[in-house]
Design a protein around this ligand. Structure first.
Ligand SMILES: [Zn+2]
Length: 326
């Protein structure tokens, strides 16, 4: 084995052409999913103060945004809904005329090729802001399952291409799979938020989706950040229940979880570059602390290098634009 001075690793770093030739990982626009917040009502396009350049749209205002996303060759959007009415059981989540259902129909009409993924959860729709049915001061797992199944089914009926349960109840992938299959939606894949941690990095999202819990927190169902073996068990359970794609969320502080999941399982793996990760970059750039494009590309490339096939990111439009101009 030759050592220095015959071996010089710097030889392949000398020019951009050489570096590009030996580059191991690349982010492609085709890897990206762009999250969109839809709010019930008409004529609404409102910037979210904690997430610069990210808006809440009423369904009738979506067309221009969808045209832009599709034009940038981003293959998919992920929809979150903010309803007018909230109640104990989150009934607006599975209403046939719910805000997400309306938005799905609108998008499938204006851009039929764009994949529409819907977030399936109750927290944006419940008066208490929890992801499941509240009994006393507990979040009841088994009573929540039929409501999630109903929500996923109503999204599929509206035309969703993929449903993505994010609640972290045990058994929800199975419940959703059974309900979809029973009603003729055997072809609709489930992207499960399989390893979703109780994270501080969701802060800005809660403002965006108006989904902060009104009491307690989500630690009785979302995962404890120090655990990685448990993440593998969660992912394994979801795959066994019928998940087609599994997700690790958040991404940046959990790159080791992404890597271990990649090594342990063969199904497609998604990672969610969450609102807090986005807001931190935006805040740092605003203060002149770093260059936005380089910082964002470094972060997304790291998520890819860790093993994610699919990256859900609020930076997706910027990234796709940069890749086009590169
Ligand atoms: Zn939720």
């Amino acid at each position: 084995m030759a050592g220095f001075p015959q071996l010089r690793l710097r030889r392949l770093r000398r020019t951009e052409r050489l570096r590009a030739l030996v580059r191991e990982n690349r982010v492609d626009a085709g890897d990206l999913v762009y999250p969109i917040f839809v709010v019930e009502g008409k004529g609404i396009k409102q910037e979210i103060s904690s997430m610069p350049s990210i808006f809440r749209f009423s369904p009738d205002q979506l067309d221009a945004e969808i045209e832009e996303v599709a034009g940038l060759k981003i293959p998919a959007v992920l929809l979150f809904g903010i309803p007018e009415q909230k109640d104990e059981l989150g009934s607006s989540a599975y209403a046939p005329e719910g805000v997400v259902q309306q938005a799905v129909r609108r998008i499938k009409k204006s851009a039929p090729q764009l994949l529409v993924i819907t977030d399936v959860c109750l927290c944006e729709y419940t008066s208490h802001g929890h992801c499941g049915v509240v009994v006393g001061d507990q979040i009841d797992n088994d009573q929540t399952l039929p409501l999630l199944a109903k929500t996923a089914l109503s999204h599929a009926e509206a035309g969703a291409d993929i449903v993505a349960p994010s609640d972290m109840m045990d058994g929800r992938v199975k419940a959703i799979r059974e309900s979809l299959d029973k009603d003729g939606f055997q072809q609709i894949p489930i992207l499960s938020y399989a390893a979703k941690y109780a994270s501080a990095f969701y802060g800005p999202f809660r403002e965006a989706a108006e989904s902060a819990p009104q009491f307690g927190d989500r630690r009785s169902y979302q995962m404890d950040p120090p655990n990685i073996r448990e993440a593998l068990r969660e992912i394994e359970q979801d795959i066994n229940e019928g998940a087609d794609i599994v997700m690790v969320k958040p991404a940046l502080a959990y790159l080791d979880v992404i890597r271990q999941a990649r090594n342990a399982f063969n199904c497609p793996l998604a990672a969610y570059n969450v609102s807090g990760e986005y807001a931190m970059v935006k805040a740092a750039v605003k203060q002149g602390l770093m260059e936005e494009r380089r910082a964002v590309m470094e972060i997304l490339t790291a998520i890819k290098r860790a093993g994610a096939d699919i990256i859900i990111s609020y930076h997706a439009k910027d990234v796709a634009r940069w890749l086009q101009s590169a």
